[in-house]
Design a protein around this ligand. Structure first.
Ligand code: 5AD
Ligand code: SF4
Length: 472
């Protein structure tokens, strides 16, 4: 037995970028575990290193090349010790660069895109035989059909919250974005395979599921009888799955925020009161140049409808500053929109020209110093709103899913329904349960709390999940 343990090959996966990449890395881990690999937390003595990469901004892509430089040196050392580490690059940089990656990074053995990672076992045997392999096809249906059903990697992490990809790709073609090129056309998985995967997640100990898609609210998949389900229908079906306590979805496009999905925020008691809804800019001129297909007023109207349906809903968004042609007035529109909406949190970025996207060719590029200055002003405003939102939570009781170890001994960490990170004084046995937690103190980015009542200890029958309170 001991011998078998030591003989197992070690794999290390480093994940960059979005939640979809986190999901993809978990699925690659499942495949590798099925192939007999042991997943390790340190790439230095691994037999296989996979970088699952992000191409969304230049900085993200450049990080990969500096990491590959470091790995090249490691690989030379391990070769000297008689071990031949395979270095693989997966994800969106791999998809975008393909063959070019082999030229730029001599240490790389294998390059494969986000829609072909299910072929990893075959790709690895070709790489082990000495071939430098590049695979960038888009067989997205085949991928989902062939991935292992079991989620061993989540079970190993004792995860109680997990991602589930229901939709991939994007047909929107915002002029700044690489996703339609790296992830391909929109594809929705059928309803029943999603329900099966949710049940599988529950069996591994998961009670909170975040549905993923680049354009998740454009989801439309068929059920067994051929009926077309929109995202609201799918959320309703998932809410019926025994053991699913909490549902979230990300990332949405304002154009696909349909009345029935807004109504789901009122009617579906498992759907958490939080929504990430990127707007990118508050200026109609810039929204048009970005090909967003909606105005700032339309976005605000959606927010009003959402708040009418679910008054306590917490909102998040993405912003790009310094998009080509953005004037100080356009940027002031963005600040005004943020002030008007009031976000619980938001992400903001300097515009980064991406090769092959229309906006990269614009002659109206904005100076880096102006971008940096605008970003600082926007982030200051968002930071104030986030701190105010967190302060408002003080002395309130929320049902919190305690999904991982806390920062300090005697603590567990979790998320409130509004996705705020919270550290809770709680015994280790409560990990994986939902408990009523009083927020004692709010920091700018996270909360600190304690159990509000005598906790219901987990029992084998309910897999340790105590139902959330009425505030869901
Ligand atoms: N430059 C800067 N930010 C970008 N995003 C996407 N493409 C770019 C780009 N070229 C941001 C958008 C998107 C988020 C995932 O990343 O805000 O919503
Ligand atoms: Fe990119 Fe726009 Fe599609 Fe979002 S909607 S993935 S920003 S092209």
């Amino acid at each position: 037995m001991k011998h078998a343990e030591t003989a197992r090959k070690k794999a290390f996966i480093r994940t960059y970028g979005c939640q979809m990449n986190v999901y993809d890395s978990e699925r690659m881990s499942d495949l590798l575990i099925a192939e007999g690999y042991q997943l390790v937390e340190d790439g230095n003595d691994a037999d296989l290193v996979i970088l699952n990469t992000c191409h969304i901004r230049e900085k993200a892509a450049e990080k990969v090349y500096s990491e590959l430089g470091r790995l090249r040196i490691n690989k030379a050392h391990s070769k000297a010790e008689g071990r031949d580490t395979i270095i693989a690059v997966a994800g969106c940089v791999a998809q975008a660069e393909g063959e070019e990656m082999l030229r730029r990074a001599p240490a790389v053995d294998l390059v494969f895109g986000p829609q072909v990672y299910h072929r990893l076992p075959q790709l690895l045997s070709r790489a082990s035989a000495g071939e430098r392999v590049v695979e960038t096809e888009f067989p997205v249906e085949e991928k989902f059909d062939t991935l292992p059903k079991e989620r061993h990697s989540l079970a190993a992490q004792r995860a109680s919250a997990a991602f589930l990809t229901i939709q991939e790709g994007c047909d929107k073609f915002c002029t700044f974005c690489v996703v339609p090129y790296t992830r391909g056309a929109e594809f929705s998985r059928p309803v029943n395979v999603i329900l099966d995967e949710a049940k599988q997640l529950v069996n591994t100990g998961v009670c909170e599921i975040t549905l993923l898609g680049q354009n998740v609210n454009a989801y439309h998949g068929a059920n067994d009888t051929g009926r077309d389900y929109q995202l609201a229908d799918l959320l309703a079906a998932l809410a019926e799955v025994d053991g699913v306590e909490r549902l979230r979805y990300t990332t949405s496009h304002p154009r696909d925020m349909t009345p029935d999905l807004i109504a789901a925020h009122r009617d579906n008691s498992k759907l958490m009161p939080y929504l990430h809804l990127p707007i990118q800019s508050g200026s109609d001129k810039i929204l048009d140049a970005m090909n967003r297909k909606h105005t700032a007023a339309e976005y605000v109207a959606i927010i009003e409808d959402l708040r009418a349906a679910r008054p306590d809903i917490a909102l998040s968004s993405d912003f790009i500053v310094g998009f080509p042609g953005e004037t100080e007035d356009d940027f002031a529109d963005t600040l005004r929109l943020v002030s008007k909406v009031g976000f619980a949190q938001a992400y903001s970025f300097k515009y980064s020209p991406r090769p092959g996207t229309p906006a990269a060719d614009s002659e109206l590029q904005i100076d880096e110093a102006i971008k940096a200055e605008r970003l600082a002003r926007l982030q200051a405003l968002i930071g104030e709103q986030q701190a105010a939102f967190n302060r408002n939570s003080e002395n309130t009781v929320f049902p919190v899913l305690l999904d991982r170890e806390g920062r300090n001994p005697g603590q567990l960490a979790g998320r409130t329904p509004y996705l705020q990170a919270i550290q809770v004084e709680a015994p280790a046995e409560l990990r994986g349960t939902i408990q009523q937690v009083r927020v004692d103190r709010a920091g700018p980015h996270s909360l600190f709390g304690s159990l509000d009542e005598m906790p219901a200890m987990p029992s084998a029958g309910d897999r340790g999940i105590q139902m959330a309170g009425a505030s869901n």
